[in-house]
Design a binder for this molecule. Structure first.
Ligand code: ADP
Length: 294
């Protein structure tokens, strides 16, 4: 789909003001691979830019949240994160305009570099779990009410809201709802104590890029201060990253020796996200994990 003309004009205005001289969009090339939004690489008279677009009435605050999350990750000065140039609304569309990351390849050291830098990001501690605002994970609202206790936060802000949503839409077996109830009481014994760490929050293979020069770049976050095993577990949800990634992370910021035993537990959250978005086979996967921990 071509970029709507009113949006193109607004982007030209914004870029012209930022550059101090007239910028024209020469061409907008669709970029595929996202799951919610339309995305384009803009070739302009001032170079390439990247813009994500959605209907203004679908997710009115999605891009404001994403811009804030990207900015928090950038402020941590650990991993590279695209610079957000603007977000707003034009002609019935919302948009998020950012720096274009030209794709490079993953060189031999890429995964190790990525693991080390993720550990650096996780060193950014917060005062409590959560965030000063709610945001989104994919297209689902994500509750971030601050809480000093991880198990309580995980129960109240991560599992409970999505179990309720799944139950209200008939997407979860009654037996599994009861298993979640049983699991809640066990959480404090299952999770080791950790300080709140700044997380990407949705760290699977489509949410990072390899820039030219082999630099890992984070995109599309669902940022909050959480237990760092959440990010590590998420990398394992659909197959896992390269071994070098985990080794480098461990060297930089060692995990508990038994951290992999909690991968399924942590991934109950993204599995519930998928169950609510896509239903189907995810109900079975949630049930299997629950039986492991209850
Ligand atoms: P969605 O929110 O719809 O899931 P993404 O943020 O995942 O969209 O972006 C869609 C695709 O666009 C990604 O898979 C990635 O390949 C590419 N992409 C995202 N951000 C940038 C960027 N700043 N520069 C270049 N390509 C990007």
């Amino acid at each position: 789909m071509p970029l709507p003309r009113p949006l193109e004009e607004q982007l030209e205005d914004l870029l012209s003001r930022q550059h101090g001289s007239a910028v024209r969009v020469m061409q907008a090339f669709p970029v595929y691979g996202g799951s919610i939004n339309e995305a384009y690489r803009l070739e302009t008279s001032a170079g390439a830019f990247f813009v994500k677009v959605n209907a203004a009435d679908r997710f009115p605050s999605l891009f404001r949240s994403e811009a804030h999350g990207l900015q928090l990750l950038r402020n941590a000065a650990a991993l590279r994160v695209p610079e957000v140039l603007a977000h707003g609304e034009a002609g019935g569309s919302t948009f998020l305009l950012m720096e274009y990351i030209a794709p490079g390849g993953e060189d031999r050291d890429f995964q190790g570099r990525f693991g080390r830098l993720l550990a650096k990001l996780h060193r950014q501690g917060g005062t409590s779990f959560g965030l000063d605002r709610d945001n989104y994970i994919g297209a689902l609202p994500q509750v971030n009410t601050p809480c000093p206790d991880w198990s309580e936060f995980f129960m109240k802000c991560r599992l409970e809201p999505l179990v309720k949503m799944a139950r209200d839409h008939g997407r979860i077996h009654a037996g599994d709802v009861l298993r979640f109830e049983r699991l809640y009481g066990r959480l404090p014994a299952l999770f080791p104590t950790e300080k709140p760490a700044l997380l990407h929050g949705d760290l699977w293979k489509n949410n990072y890029l390899a820039a030219v020069g082999g630099q890992p770049v984070l995109i599309d976050p669902a940022v909050y201060y959480g237990h760092r095993e959440m990010d590590l577990a998420m990398t394992l949800l659909f197959g896992g990253f390269h071994r070098d990634f985990y080794e480098a992370y461990q060297e930089e910021l060692p995990l508990q020796p038994d951290w992999r035993q909690r991968t399924g537990l942590c991934n109950l959250y993204p599995l519930l996200v998928h169950l609510n978005l896509f239903g189907g086979s995810y109900a079975g996967r949630v049930g299997t994990v629950l039986r492991e921990y209850t």
